[in-house]
Write a protein that binds this ligand. Structure first.
Ligand SMILES: N[C@@H](CCC(=O)N[C@@H](CS)C(=O)NCC(=O)O)C(=O)O
Length: 225
């Protein structure tokens, strides 16, 4: 039977867009895996596992191997899963298109989606982590940033909807972004969208019906065996 069944472990926290991508790919694959949740404000496990080289998530442990992103726009974790589990999510012929798309999703979509979710951080970040969580955000985005995002909520929602229109247009003509089966970019967009939806306060816009149908499909899809 299967020959390379080393234990897969995903080190994550549940609302991270990038962790959601890796998690959904693992679920899709049907492989057995373990998730280890860390506090978003305590990266000591990641730091230790990566030989003090990395503190972001996700990190994937595959037996003795520890996989994490080597650059800002890389997909080392997803590509490791893809080749190990033979998922076919990165066909060579689509690599260029996929690269352009995942950068759009991880920059343009993510940048608006996480702010909309962070507005509700007090509801999903454990009480004891809220101070370092807020400090982490304010160190990067300035004092009062989350209050500002709350004040701009309506505009941010409009901006996100605008940025999702190209996805709606693609999905009006095919079941998945690049054709009739999901590729990596479907999982990638799913992660960004599910981070936006994480708080439970939002739904995808009614006037993006193809995106909504795609999202329902992506939530549950399993690879064909
Ligand atoms: N390009 C990386 C980005 C990973 C990333 O930015 N993760 C966030 C959590 S969503 C993180 O851990 N950031 C570092 C920090 O918060 O200190 C990837 O795709 O995995």
């Amino acid at each position: 039977m299967a020959h390379n069944i080393s234990m897969l472990e995903l080190i994550q926290f549940s609302w991270s867009p990038f962790c959601i991508v890796a998690r959904r790919i693992l679920e899709f694959s049907g492989a057995k895996f373990k998730t280890t949740n860390i506090a978003s404000t305590d990266r000591s496990l990641v730091w230790k596992l990566t030989g003090e080289k990395y503190y972001a998530v996700p990190v994937l442990r595959d037996g003795a191997k520890v996989v994490y992103e080597s650059g800002d726009d890389t997909q080392d974790v997803a590509k490791h899963l893809d080749s190990k589990l033979k998922l076919g999510l990165f066909p060579t012929a689509r690599e260029g298109e996929q690269f352009i798309l995942w950068r759009y999703f991880e920059h343009e979509i993510e940048a608006v989606g996480f702010k909309l979710n962070d507005i509700y951080f007090r509801e999903f970040v454990p009480k004891s982590d809220q101070l370092p969580f807020l400090r982490h955000k304010e160190r990067k985005f300035g004092r009062g940033c989350i209050d500002q995002w709350r004040a701009q909520q309506k505009n941010l929602l409009g901006e996100l909807e605008q940025k999702l229109v190209p996805c709606e247009q693609m999905l009006a003509h095919a079941e998945f972004l690049l054709g009739d089966r999901p590729l990596f970019v479907d999982f990638n967009l799913f992660g960004m969208v599910d981070n936006f939806l994480f708080s439970g306060h939002y739904a995808l816009p009614k006037n993006l019906p193809h995106l909504r149908a795609w999202h329902r499909a992506m939530k549950a899809i399993r690879r064909a065996r």
